[in-house]
Design a protein around this ligand. Structure first.
Ligand SMILES: [Zn+2]
Length: 469
């Protein structure tokens, strides 16, 4: 249970109250996209942040809040690789490609255009909660309900309480393991080379995996061309530190050869694929064809919006294009959506809590409008619901629910649930945020403060979404 959201809800006078969420059922109907197929016209019975039951018939529960739709209902996306704080910046399009990430990270133009501005913005932690709210909204409008990486630029420890609101932060606060902040079981690391990780930190991760206190180490490995010497040594170094394990997710893996990917598989480790950012920075991406053939588990995530996608929805569409164009349609639409939901949930060992539409799961999901009304098209949608994400604009997201609380969506749907809202324009479409769920106050104020600060730094606030189809 995410007490802080509920507390905020009470403070802000919303009709959602802690007592209400604990006792009042919320019934939502739609075409439920479950691991066993679509349940057309199915019902979710939600109580206290959890999906109690899923059923074909409407449950007989007096006084339940009810939302009846014809939408597709998907599990929320689990983003296993992002640098969310950087997503306040506009797109960064370098004039040439790089051999590895150190080549651009050390480049004075990058330093001047992005890194130095980020350092100033994040220097004393005073902007953290504005940044946190902005980038989490940016993630959740594309269906993300869990994310990683937000705290890496935050100098304030412990992480401020605003981290508890909106999407779950897998490395800082999920609400899974009690009320404290920074008591999670997932760690996020920038890399294994000595410049990124010292021996003591490596030993700490090794010990935490051994004693069972760390479920997942997500770490950048081989973010560079296969011909790049620095990237080539990273897998060996990871292994030398005894960190190539079943509790390790290798972020990027662009430079890994088929035999190295086979080694990743033998160790029980997985990879996180971020094709858009890889293509924009290096002109190529991980050999997911070989990884797939070797049986490596592959999650999909955007990396960050300066060179990657704005959100998971768009990264799935980008990966679909790559799969069709370069990989002979290696991945089905269902696989691509699962690489962003149930698969990363399994990798992060939170699949008993989130990542699928099933009874007993936390109520983290989103509704997608089924645009067609014809019977034939509706049957096609039910046979392959995943196409709605692969081919649709994110304005099709009608509602995002996290921990049983509707956070964002179509204003009419939110109002029908008696939720006080703040309007939000997404790609020219009227959407709305649940006012009481915003951890740092009205979103317009957050965006306005950030705009001014970024302008003073000689840049501008990156848009919430680039409105790609
Ligand atoms: Zn990264």
């Amino acid at each position: 249970m995410r007490v802080p959201i509920l507390t905020l809800a009470i403070l802000c006078g919303s009709l959602i109250t802690q007592a209400q969420q604990a006792t009042q059922h919320l019934l939502i109907s739609g075409n439920l996209v479950t691991p066993d197929g679509v349940i057309p016209g199915g019902w979710l019975d939600i109580l206290n942040g959890r999906i109690l039951t899923i059923s074909r018939e409407r449950p007989e529960i007096p006084n339940a809040q009810t939302l009846e739709t014809n939408d597709l209902i998907f599990p929320g996306f689990v983003d296993l690789h992002n640098h969310p704080t950087f997503n306040v910046f506009p797109r960064w399009t370098p004039p040439h490609k790089f051999s590895n990430r150190y080549a651009w990270r050390d480049w004075d133009v990058y330093q001047q255009q992005l890194e130095s501005k980020a350092r100033t913005l994040f220097a004393d932690g005073s902007n953290f909660c504005d940044v946190d709210e902005y980038v989490e909204v940016k993630a959740l409008i594309g269906g993300t309900t869990s994310i990683i990486g937000i705290g890496s630029n935050n100098p304030a420890k412990p992480t401020p309480d605003c981290i508890r609101g909106l999407v779950r932060n897998l490395d800082h606060f999920t609400g899974f393991y009690g009320p404290q902040v920074d008591h999670e079981r997932i760690a996020n690391s920038i890399g294994i080379l000595p410049r990124d990780m010292d021996a003591m930190t490596a030993a700490h991760y090794r010990q935490s995996i051994a004693d069972g206190s760390l479920d997942l180490l997500a770490i950048h490995i081989a973010e560079g061309l296969p011909t790049d010497a620095e990237s080539a040594q990273e897998l060996d170094l990871l292994d030398a530190h005894n960190l190539l394990t079943a509790h390790t997710a290798l972020i990027h893996s662009v430079g890994l050869s088929p035999s190295q990917l086979a080694r990743v598989h033998r160790a029980g480790a997985s990879i996180v694929w971020s094709p858009r950012s890889n293509f924009e920075l290096y002109g190529r991406t991980a050999n997911v064809d070989a990884a797939f053939r070797e049986g490596v588990t592959i999650s999909l995530a955007p990396d960050w919006s300066p060179s990657g996608s704005d959100n998971m929805w768009e990264e799935i569409q980008y990966a679909h294009k790559v799969s069709t164009r370069d990989l002979n349609s290696l991945f089905s639409s269902r696989q691509l959506v699962e690489m962003a939901s149930s698969i990363p949930a399994r990798v992060a060992r939170i699949d008993d809590k989130t990542g699928t539409i099933a009874a007993g799961q936390l109520a983290d999901f989103f509704l997608v409008s089924s645009s067609s009304t014809s019977n034939q098209a509706s049957q096609t949608t039910q046979a392959n619901p995943y196409e709605a994400i692969l081919t649709g604009n994110i304005t099709a997201v009608d509602l995002v629910v996290i921990n049983g609380i509707p956070i964002y969506g179509d204003p009419k749907l939110l109002h029908s649930l008696n939720i006080a809202t703040e309007p939000l324009q997404i790609c020219g479409t009227e959407k709305a945020l649940n006012s009481a769920a915003l951890p740092n106050g009205p979103f317009a104020g957050v965006a306005s403060r950030l705009s001014q600060k970024l302008k003073a730094l000689g840049t501008e606030l990156g848009p919430l979404d680039s409105c790609q189809k």
